[in-house]
Design a protein around this ligand. Structure first.
Ligand code: IPM
Ligand code: MG
Length: 359
């Protein structure tokens, strides 16, 4: 297992450390692991004057999988685009062809009370937001800020998807649905945008290859509403880069804390980048209060998808669930009567639970 460890900025450093701790505990000494750590984001700027230093990119290219923390420092939107920490993540996604972004949203029964929604709305929730990750407004050209003849400035970006890009993410959606409840909901804005009209056409066409999977189409505004009103109707939601960015944060909150949600960004083949859905959270960084569970569960997704060890991934899941059952809570998911712990203590508790479950 050749793994690049890219902790990045803010709480990314803290939660990645815990994920690595649990990784070592679950893999044990019988499997050879090669972990290589490298700076990225603001840490990359500090170390090498580039949010994605060439050496880091090289390590990421050579690895079978990448454990990523978070990229982002306060005020980074004021930096030129290429120097922004977030841009390092976008370059990495593009360069490694990580087009399929899985953001599973599931409810641990122990955390139902942490959701802002009524328990009956979220109990048993289990959906996957599948976000296309290397196209759309994020990468479309032309883009920029230009000055018009009048002297006024104008910002512009291009929403673009080619058929092949929509096809490959659609196939991933249908194949994923086949391992679950066989329902795909494609989210677009075909009523307004030509790009999305094509998206809908292509997804429909690909769907014909999967007659056993039910396909529905929803406009993104309605999808946002339905996610809040009755999220359990969804199984796999497939959507473009921009809508997926927004809907996945929205869906994340159904579970009470974005601090619980993992993600996987997969290329063709088994290579993947695994990161918590939450960002660098500079406001709580360095205080040992960030929730490491999203990073730990992302690591579990890595064991499953890149290393084909679903049994190890399942052990991590059971350990996370059992740790929650025992009452351990970081502040983001704290409820009265529970035991409030920090980032490091939560990681330690998961390691201890793993050992206990194995015994
Ligand atoms: C995410 C993040 C990133 C995105 C940022 C950090 C560039 O919000 O992974 O959802 O917009 O894709
Ligand atoms: Mg986002």
């Amino acid at each position: 297992m050749k793994i690049a460890i890219l902790p990045g900025d803010g709480v990314g450093k803290e939660v990645t450390r815990e994920a690595v701790k649990v990784l070592k505990a679950v893999v044990g000494k019988n499997t050879a692991m090669e972990l290589t750590e490298a700076p990225i984001g603001g840490a990359g700027v500090e170390a090498a004057g580039d949010p994605l230093p060439a050496a880091t990119l090289e390590i990421a290219r050579k690895a079978d999988a990448i454990l990523f923390g978070a990229a982002g420092v306060p005020g980074d939107e004021k930096l030129p685009y290429a120097m922004r920490p977030g841009a390092s993540l976008l370059r990495l996604r593009k360069d490694l062809g990580l087009f399929a972004n899985f953001r599973p949203v599931f409810m641990f029964p122990e955390l139902i009370g942490a959701s802002t929604l009524k328990p009956e709305i979220v109990e048993g929730l289990d959906i996957i937001i599948l976000r296309e990750l290397t196209g759309d407004l994020y990468f479309g050209e032309p883009r920029g800020i230009r000055t018009l003849a009048s002297g006024e400035r104008q910002g512009f970006n291009t929403m673009v998807y080619s058929e092949s890009e929509v096809e490959r993410i659609a196939h991933v959606a249908f194949r994923t649905a086949r391992t679950r409840r066989r329902r795909v909901c494609s989210v677009d804005k075909a009523n307004v945008l030509e790009t999305m009209q094509l998206w809908r056409e292509v997804v429909t066409r690909v769907g014909k290859d999967y007659p056993d999977v039910e396909l529905t189409h929803v406009f993104v505004d309605a999808a946002a509403m339905m996610l809040m009103r009755a999220p359990k109707q969804f199984d796999v939601m497939v959507t473009g880069n921009v809508f997926g960015d927004i809907l996945s944060d929205c869906a994340a909150m159904l579970t009470g804390s974005i601090g619980m949600l993992p993600s996987a960004s997969l290329a063709e083949g088994s290579k993947g980048l695994y990161e918590p859905v939450h960002g660098s959270a500079p406001d709580i960084a360095g205080k040992n209060i960030a929730n490491p569970m999203a990073a730990i569960l992302s690591m579990a997704m890595m064991l499953h998808y890149s290393f084909d060890r679903p049994e190890l991934a399942a052990r991590v899941h059971r350990a996370v669930a059992a740790t929650l059952s025992e009452g351990y809570r970081t502040p983001d998911i704290f409820q009265p009567g529970m035991q409030r712990v920090g980032t490091v203590e939560m990681g330690d508790a998961v390691v201890a639970t793993l050992a206990r479950l194995a015994a």
